[in-house]
Design a protein around this ligand. Structure first.
Ligand code: ZN
Length: 77
């Protein structure tokens, strides 16, 4: 099994239970997912760009840039 590193998204609010700072993002099988550690919310994230770029941005600054990235994706649904 490959290591799955889950990173908290600071300031993100879970769409299901509404708890803040409970969302984690992680990558598995070439796909990006986010899930809540407070409830059982989990979904695959769909970005219109390569996952490698998400990985880079998230690693560089897990804080506010990651939040913006998530918000932008939600608006495109
Ligand atoms: Zn939740």
């Amino acid at each position: 099994m490959a290591d799955v590193i889950k990173r908290f998204v600071a300031g993100a609010v879970c769409p299901r239970c509404g708890e803040m700072d409970k969302l984690v993002i992680y990558r598995q099988d070439e796909r990006d997912y986010r899930e809540c550690v407070s409830c059982d919310f989990a979904e695959e994230m769909h970005f219109g760009q390569p996952a490698a770029e998400l990985e880079t941005r998230a690693n560089r600054d897990l804080g506010r840039r990651a939040i913006k990235f998530v918000d932008a994706a939600d608006k495109n649904k």
